[in-house]
Ligand binder design. Structure first.
Ligand code: ADP
Length: 496
């Protein structure tokens, strides 16, 4: 609409300028023409009278000649004819009826017998066009016929012309504006509105519904290009969606494979862990089988067998839970609980290797974060399994979680500086300086075939990044290795 308005305003400006110029020139021309008509008429009348006056002056005397002139003048004063003495000073006696309306100095051309017209004001204040025709008579003074015609009719005619021009300009202006507005809105405004709406919808991600503009002008070409662009965009968006879905599926498979590998490692710990209760169950069963136990002893042995069976069920269920592929889903969870649960699953592996796996209790207050618990458990498991593998028998692996206020690295989009930091520290061999840059590369491993795939840390890195966090490998930790995971923290709600 703004473009249409601009076009209309510009067009109106051009029309008004053209009309104003035309009106001005026409009025000028008419004014010049009317004036020259008046001048010509006065000159012709004056010339005709001159001959008559010269003859009458000579034959019948001055009085008769002057009476003739008076008689020729019109009664309504619009066209006056007078006899004037040219060499009389006007300012001496204005009341004298033979004093010219024009100053004596201006009358020099008339004295020389030239044709001359002047504009002057009569005694009543009327603007007059004054013409002098010199007449040679038998008198020592120089005399002339003065023909004075009121200019008011010309002024009135000019005013009427001006008014007509204004009316004409107004009509042209209104008609032009209405026509341009109708054409502008129909040909430019509406199609542009449709194009703008389409561009806005496309900007908000709605690429459907091609814009319809009829005709063969540039706007139609623009509409076709816009429709084509939206179609291309929709196609490439679909391609990106498909590729992303394929990538996510692959990543999921990779993560699941990594979990299963960990399950394999845990299985040996579980098998070791099951040894003790199985021995207890077997011993108690043998005792009962010997038949020498009292009823109460049999009952006590059965209770022990039941509790050991429950313990074994729990160990196996934890392993099965860990290996299960669960759909990605975020929820508010307490990270400390997740750590406790993960450490419990890994405990058999640690005890098989005679490593003390502990959770540093910290201040024990709940640490809430909005995470996918399965994925974060996988991160923790990978870090702890790595720590257990790097730590010799008799060593220690400690897991802790603390709230921390820290500035995020530049590549992390942080909404606040409130984080929770999960630390896995071990007393193992440590990570050599030269390997630190490569730890998160997929398939980078220093372990023997069968022991390492090189996926654990790269998968942990991907998961933490998806959670808008980051991982730090500490350089200044000399006891072994220490890896910290930062996750965005949900601030506890302030009570009261
Ligand atoms: P993998 O454990 O299958 O080798 P990871 O990506 O989990 O793959 O680990 C990559 C490498 O990082 C390991 O091979 C190991 O050299 C090193 N690493 C990881 N954690 C530790 C640790 N706690 N102590 C020493 N080295 C470690």
């Amino acid at each position: 609409m703004k473009l249409t308005l601009k076009l209309i305003s510009l067009l109106i400006l051009v029309i008004v300028s053209a009309l104003a110029l035309d009106g001005y020139l026409t009025l000028q021309r008419e004014s010049v023409f009317l004036r020259s008509e008046l001048e010509g008429k006065a000159y012709r009348i004056g010339n005709a009278l001159r001959q008559l006056i010269t003859d009458t002056w000579r034959t019948s005397g001055s009085r008769r000649a002057l009476t003739l002139i008076e008689a020729a003048s019109l009664q309504d004063q619009t066209f006056r004819i007078r006899w004037v003495w040219l060499d009389v000073a006007t300012d001496v006696n204005l009341a004298d009826k033979h004093v010219p309306l024009v100053n004596r100095e201006q009358l020099q051309p008339v004295l020389r017998g030239e044709r001359a017209h002047f504009e002057a004001t009569d005694e009543r204040g009327n603007r007059m066009l004054v013409t002098y025709i010199k007449v040679d008579v038998a008198d020592p003074r120089s005399g002339a016929i003065e023909l004075a015609e009121r200019l008011r009719p010309i002024d009135e005619f000019m005013a009427a012309s001006l008014q007509r021009q204004f009316v004409l300009a107004g009509v042209v202006l209104i008609a032009g504006a209405a026509l341009t507005a109708a054409l502008g809105i129909g040909l430019v405004g509406r199609p542009l509105q449709r194009l703008t709406a389409k561009a806005n919808r496309a900007g908000q991600g709605d690429l459907d519904g091609p814009v319809e503009v009829r005709g063969r002008d540039e706007l139609t070409e623009l509409a076709v290009t816009l429709n084509q662009m939206c179609e291309n965009l929709a196609a490439s968006q679909q391609r990106v969606r498909n590729e992303t879905e394929a990538r996510i599926a692959t990543l999921e498979q990779l993560r699941h494979a990594d979990r299963l590998r960990t399950v394999g490692q845990l299985a040996s710990g579980v098998a070791h862990e099951l040894g003790t209760p199985l021995n207890v169950v077997s011993g108690r069963a043998s005792l009962i089988e010997g038949g020498r136990l009292t009823d109460d002893d049999v009952k006590a042995s059965a209770a022990i067998i039941r509790s050991q069976a429950e313990r074994m069920t729990k160990i196996i269920r934890q392993l099965l839970d860990f290996s299960r592929r669960s759909p990605a889903e975020r929820a508010n969870i307490d990270i400390r609980e997740l750590i406790a649960c993960t450490v419990e699953v890994l405990q058999p592996l640690a005890s098989k290797q005679h490593i003390e796996l502990t959770v540093n209790p910290g201040d024990n207050s709940p640490l809430s974060a909005s995470v996918d618990s399965g994925q974060i458990q996988q991160v923790l498991t990978n870090l702890v399994v790595n720590a257990l593998q790097a730590t010799p028998a008799g060593g220690q692996v400690t897991v802790s979680a603390m709230p921390e206020t820290v500035n995020a690295p530049s590549d992390v989009e942080a909404v606040s500086d409130d984080w929770l930091c999960v630390t896995v520290a071990d007393t193992g061999e440590g990570i050599p300086e030269e390997l630190r840059d490569r730890l998160f590369e997929p398939f980078f491993t220093t372990k023997d075939t069968g022991n390492g795939t090189g996926l654990g840390l790269s998968i942990a890195y991907g998961i933490v990044k998806e959670h808008d966090g980051w991982i730090v490998v500490d350089h200044d930790y000399n006891a072994g290795a220490r890896i910290r995971v930062y996750l965005p923290r949900n601030k506890p709600e302030v009570q009261g």
